[in-house]
Design a protein around this ligand. Sequence first.
Ligand code: ADP
Ligand code: MG
Length: 395
Amino acid sequence: MNANHANDALVQRAIAGFRDHFDTDPTLGGVAPGRVNLIGEHTDYNDGFVMPLAIERRTVVVGVPNHSPRCRMVALDHDGNMATFMLEGIAPGTTEWVKYPKGVIAQFIDNGHPVPGFDAVVTSDVPLGSGLSSSAALEVATASMIEQLLGIRIDPVHKALWAQKAEHDYANMPCGIMDQFISAMGQRDHALLIDCRDHSTRLVKLVDPDVAVLITNSGVKHNLGDTEYPLRRQQCEEAAATIAKTYPQVKALRDADMKMLAAAKEDLDEVVYRRARHVIGENERTVLAADALDRGDYPEVGRLMYESHAFLRDDYEVSCPELDVLVELARGCDGVFGSRMTGGGFGGCTVTLVKAANLNATVEAIQAGYAEKTGKEAVCFSTRPADGAQSFTLA
Ligand code: ADP
Ligand code: MG
């Protein structure tokens, strides 16, 4: 018995749900956090840099082997219905949420780790579909549960890549590696600078008790992400290919700088040009922000966050009025260093770096201002950088 996990309220909720559905106790589990990206947005699929941190909101999967050729899974916070599927010939099927764990199972199988039948329950306090990566948390928590089931440990880089492939192949979302990496590899008191090309990582300390990370959920989700995201990827590839005609060393926008972009401007569609300008600048901003955070230079980190937001809004066009309102409200508060949309965009959350002493007043001002300007409710919570995924036993 791992006392830490057994005493965890979220794990207890999962255990209680498991008993309700399966009339027995789960024996093992996995837990994985959601994430917030401090800076480095839409850079991951351009082989660039991102700097997320794991948040104190997590997804828990608890389970037990069922000695059969099939799995049964229930998501307590989703539809609560039991999904049953055979392991042999596993395929995405039609139940949306089960595609994520099924994709992860398929990765274990494809990589030479046959998965035995199991019953499992999923629960989470990561808001679903809000840009805090509940999908990666579900994938990585499932992978961690399966590691325990098999009695093996997968290299966290591989685990993250398997989870990403699950999302590509089963949920049909061509996401970058950021979400799964930070969920698998986050460390308490640190942000993680990730090089999305070679998968190397650098921990960046964020431990100062006088500084808080505030997450604000706009509560809106404009259904543009599904079509616009693949389109942005295409536009970036187009820009990189055009720049590469003159600079063959440019394999992805990560390799380009503003001088190269300027040289290619004539040959680029105006929209594609602006997309590339955001990505190239955002890579530079992210590396600068990591160095600034290392030095404890929060005003500089904040300045880069504001700049990131402006480019995401104007050049990359993935923000929305609600996110813009939230950023402007934060900008008007004392003690705020910087604020920006975080995640894919078109709704979801903003991330704000603020002096801890000003946190409560900032939350009040943002909530009141947002209600007044949009008629909607902003949900705020602050977080410290948390640990990444863990596997555990319960029996
Ligand atoms: P985000 O990752 O930003 O939260 P996504 O659209 O990528 O948003 O993923 C949300 C989807 O992931 C949900 O619609 C659901 O299908 C699945 N999902 C994530 N967490 C859970 C959970 N705890 N229980 C059931 N399904 C979940
Ligand atoms: Mg997601």
